[in-house]
Design a protein around this ligand. Structure first.
Ligand code: MG
Length: 375
């Protein structure tokens, strides 16, 4: 069933520490399961995607977003003859390095680190989680994931420069990742562009007419739906139009990637790795539609005045706590005080904060810096 250009598990470069094979699961299936059983994965449930819990319990959080990315990725990988187990592991791990409070948290953490000449990057952080912070096994630190999963964590959404990141040399930075990893960034886009429209509509921050005007591909689907179901409630018309938009993106990614692979004459994973560019892509037409949807979401939702105060609070919570622990590292838990003897204090504080859930960091803020919004 697997295409020649798929990653075949028997050709995996393997794990850092040798482990006997499992009777019922191959190595990529085991990696997927190790991610699911990790603490960092469970904490995704209490991390903001776009909306905090203040809005509603049925909006996406980072865990349900992750599950949606995995669902979409499995469909696309299956249709392309790619390794579905590897794709699933990569999708489930793709956001594991995100700090609390979504992008506001990430921005504040990075800004705090930059004051010390350092930075925060969620992909690099994800690698540290699976290589070091997760402690589940007596024989080694981390999850001992296969090379292909670690490589995908680093390379799915970003091309790191080998000169700036000598520590990543083993991940073949001069080569593209396999198609299984290339897919993830695009399925992530499909998942959040559609889901954020859904949650934004449900939160009454976006109206049907706003979306129709700002996202032409949605507008076209909505006009079709209105003709077929003129009497349906607005929410169901909305759902139907959004589903058609999602299907269009997925279908386009499948057929266009197939065509690119064919046109490039790609037969093996090495061909994929050595090709001049990434092969997983939308057609230019759908790429434009994707960009329109994303631009609309930035303008009308992510930067909407309704979310502004919440984002400012989130940034303040992160920067206050960072500054507090920089001043008084004896207030850090013992484990992190010990780590600070081997690593720089800003890095240790950053790692601690990045692992927190939204409610845990708020609790810490109340404890050490006072209630947010009270000062
Ligand atoms: Mg994501």
């Amino acid at each position: 069933m697997l295409a020649g250009y798929a990653v075949h598990v028997e050709n995996s470069r393997g794990r850092r520490f040798h482990e006997p094979s499992h009777a019922y699961r191959n190595d990529f299936q085991r990696d997927r399961d190790r991610v699911i059983h990790s603490r960092a994965f469970r904490r995704l449930e209490a991390k903001t995607q776009v909306f905090t819990r203040r809005y509603s319990d049925h909006f996406r959080n980072r865990l349900t977003h992750t599950i949606e990315v995995a669902q979409i990725s499995r469909t696309i990988a299956g249709a392309l003859g790619l390794n579905v187990d590897l794709v699933e592991a990569l999708a489930l791990v793709h956001d594991i390095g995100h700090p609390p409070f979504g992008h506001s948290g990430e921005k504040a953490l990075d800004a705090a680190m930059r004051e010390h000449g350092l930075s925060f990057d969620h992909n690099l952080h994800a690698l540290r989680i699976v290589e070091d912070f997760e402690q589940r096994y007596a024989a080694f630190r981390g999850l001992n994931l296969t090379f292909e999963v670690r490589e995908g964590i680093i390379k799915h959404s970003h091309d790191y420069n080998a000169r700036e990141h000598p520590e990543l040399a083993e991940y073949l930075l001069d080569q593209h990742p396999p198609l299984e990893a290339q897919l993830i960034d695009l399925t992530d886009e499909i998942a959040y562009n559609t889901a954020d429209l859904d949650d934004g509509y449900e939160a009454h921050l976006l109206s049907l007419e706003d979306i129709r005007g700002g996202v032409p591909v949605f507008g076209l689907s909505l006009s079709e739906v209105e003709k077929t179901y003129p009497d349906a409630p607005d929410k169901l018309k909305f759902n139907e139009a959004l589903k058609r938009m999602l299907d269009r993106f997925v279908g386009d990614l499948i057929t266009n990637t197939q065509m690119q692979v064919k046109r490039a004459g790609v037969q093996t994973v090495d061909d994929v790795r050595g090709h001049s560019g990434r092969l997983a892509a939308f057609t230019p037409e759908v790429e434009l539609e994707r960009k329109q949807a994303k631009d609309f979401l930035y303008k009308s939702l992510y930067f909407s005045p309704s979310l502004a105060s919440e984002k400012e609070d989130a940034e303040r919570v992160v920067s206050d706590l960072f500054a507090f622990w920089m001043e008084d590292s004896s207030a850090l838990p013992h484990y992190y005080q010990e780590k600070a003897e081997e690593e720089s204090l800003p890095r240790v504080i950053c790692d601690y904060i990045a692992g927190m859930t939204d409610h845990f960091i708020l609790e810490q803020h109340t404890k050490y810096c006072g209630e947010i919004g009270q000062s």
